[in-house]
Design a protein around this ligand. Structure first.
Ligand code: ADP
Ligand code: MG
Length: 266
């Protein structure tokens, strides 16, 4: 451990003052400890400055991600790392890994996840949404029903255009569960407007339990559905998940172990 000289102390209080002016509280917190390490390990001036700045930037990115995750309204926090690929042997890992890099977002490309209930569509949607939030992109998650309520509300008050413009600040919109509830003609039209407004402007991540061939049934109109799908998939990665519901499988496995345990105790 080295002792600090008076001039170092003076510089220290100056740094604390300057960091306050710059609104960089992490610098205030770490500069003294890092200076000590720097003296002990004979860092160059550049190495010390880089270390201090790196801590500040890391902290700022982390708090930005925290804010974005809070603002995304995810129903739960599910990560891609927690997703067991073994349950989805047909899912292209390379595509998912590529999506996880979030490069589709600045290109305003879309992601569509299709498959029966319980196969992990919502889990993957949240996982990718979290990646986006960490990568610095504002995200907003809602179910199709939630989105519809929001669009209807906007339509009835400030106007749909204004709402669609406001949504531009979100670089990724997640629409979960298209298909569980059918839409009437007005609802289908509002939805079409949302998808048309995002076309080549901002990314959408959509999940549905219905294959595209049945979207006409959801929206009560084959033409509107086709126009929507057309815009959605023009620049998109469409992933189809298959297999049993993870929920029932987990339940079945639990039952199996319970039965085995019961049998073995006999
Ligand atoms: P979907 O949206 O397709 O109906 P969910 O994403 O809600 O399905 O998945 C149902 C439950 O099973 C969730 O708790 C989810 O975390 C879990 N789950 C589904 N697939 C997987 C998987 N491959 N690995 C880990 N958990 C999974
Ligand atoms: Mg779901």
């Amino acid at each position: 451990m080295t002792t600090t000289t008076t001039s170092e102390k003076d510089a220290g209080s100056q740094i604390a003052y300057l960091a306050r002016v710059l609104k960089t509280p992490t610098i205030t917190r770490v500069f003294e400890d890092l200076a000590e390490t720097a003296r002990d390990q004979a860092w160059s001036h550049e190495e010390y400055l880089a270390a201090v700045l790196a801590r500040q930037v890391a902290e700022r990115e982390e708090s930005g991600a925290r804010i974005r995750i809070g603002g995304a309204h995810f129903p739960q926090l599910k990560t891609l790392e927690d997703f067991t690929m073994d349950h989805q042997p047909s899912l292209r890992r390379d595509i998912l890994a590529h999506l996880a890099t979030c490069t589709f977002i600045p290109k305003a490309e879309n992601v569509v996840l299709l498959g029966p209930p319980g196969v992990g569509k919502t889990h993957l949607a949240i996982g990718l949404g979290l990646k986006a939030a960490h990568a610095g992109y504002p995200v907003l998650f809602d179910t199709a029903t939630g989105w519809l309520a929001r669009l209807q509300q906007a339509h009835a008050t400030d106007g749909l255009d204004k709402e669609l413009k406001k949504l531009r600040r979100y670089k990724l919109l997640i629409i979960d569960e298209i298909g569980y509830i059918p839409f009437d003609a007005t609802a289908a039209n509002l939805f079409f407007q949302l998808i048309a407004a995002r076309y080549e402007q901002g990314s959408l991540l959509v999940t549905s339990n219905m294959p595209f061939g049945r979207w006409g049934e959801i929206f009560g109109d084959d033409i509107v559905a086709a126009a929507m799908i057309d815009r959605l998939v023009h620049h998109a990665e469409v992933l189809t998940l298959s297999g049993d519901s993870y929920r029932t499988r987990a339940r079945r496995e639990l039952l199996k172990t319970t039965t085995t345990n019961t049998m073995s105790t006999k």
